[in-house]
Design a protein around this ligand. Structure first.
Ligand code: GUN
Length: 294
């Protein structure tokens, strides 16, 4: 059984990006610049954004963090987005989700210039992804594909079961896994909260991608021996033995599933670090105008 090491893989990729950035700077070009808007003080979002800023430093990028309180209005956020869209020094930016309920996430996402949408959430990027055109791929699905590629996991014709249908992970990863390129070219089934006989479906899977946010949902009796397990879950569960008072738990019951599968991503240290690394890749692509010409 292989533990798929997302931390090590992401460190390797960040080193590759840093080397490219060093070359760009040596040629007299500016460093890639990622900006992030963070609203409020949600613990998970604070950690994600802090990790994104840290990854920028590791890659040699400039980063800017713009903070607002939960009381920010949609209009104020839209104005901040307009400024970032117009700022020639900013190559790409993200608005960390979720947002407070009084703000429409969709309106915010659609206000971002798709050429700076390094999260790959704008409908232009989503649509281009669906038909296989160059675009900013969403970070978590892209990180998952990179792990499958770097660990030589066969996907052509494989039965792939995706658990969860979110816009950020489930839907895009299902689309990418079914597309006619590698990694991909799989037979994909998506299960969600209204699906019947989930266990019957997962037992057929060569690859399970669990992204439903339900800690320990995938148990050993749901897994075909030798399957590959990708765990996207990162739920904070109380843990009094930790200084923080919590630990991260995946959607897979790691201790019972790991012994029967052929490869598995741990939580933490699996998909999480790869997600941030994919955002760095997109920022580099944006800075070099590799997807959309300047
Ligand atoms: N919230 C959870 N995942 C993400 C992500 O990939 N990007 C943004 N902007 N917010 C998120």
């Amino acid at each position: 059984m292989t533990i798929i090491d997302g931390k090590k893989t992401s460190d390797e990729i960040k080193a590759e990006i840093a080397a490219t950035v060093a070359e760009m700077v040596a040629e007299g070009r500016k460093r890639p610049h990622l900006a992030a808007i963070l609203v409020g003080h949600d613990g998970g979002s604070e950690t994600y954004v802090a990790n994104k800023v840290k990854a920028c430093e590791q890659c040699g990028f400039k980063s800017t963090l713009i903070r607002y309180e939960d009381s920010v209005t949609e209009q104020e956020l839209l104005q901040a987005i307009d400024s970032l869209n117009a700022d020639p020094d900013v190559d790409g930016f993200i608005v960390q989700l979720p947002l407070p309920r009084h703000i429409s996430e969709q309106r915010i996402i659609e206000a971002i210039d798709y050429r700076k949408d390094v999260d790959g959430f704008h409908p232009v990027n989503v649509g281009r992804m669906m038909i296989g055109l160059p675009c900013f791929l969403p970070a978590t699905p892209s990180g998952i594909l990179e792990l499958l590629k770097r660990y030589d996991i066969p996907t052509k014709g494989a039965e792939c079961v995706v658990l969860g249908r979110s816009n950020i992970v489930g839907k895009p990863v299902a689309a990418l896994m079914m597309q006619k390129h590698l990694p991909g070219d799989a037979t994909v089934t998506v299960c969600h909260s209204s699906s019947r006989n989930i266990k019957e479906t997962t037992l057929r899977a060569d690859i399970i991608i669990a992204a439903l946010g339900s800690p320990g949902f995938v148990t050993a009796d749901m897994v075909k021996p030798g399957a590959v397990i990708i765990d996207v879950g990162t739920t904070r569960v109380p843990d009094s033995s930790r200084k923080s008072g919590f630990r991260l738990r995946g959607d897979v019951d790691f201790d019972t599933v790991a012994p029967i599968c052929s490869a598995i991503t741990p939580v933490p240290g699996g998909v999480g670090p790869m997600t941030i690394c994919s955002l760095m890749k997109n920022t580099l692509l944006a800075a070099r105008h590799d997807i959309y010409p300047a």
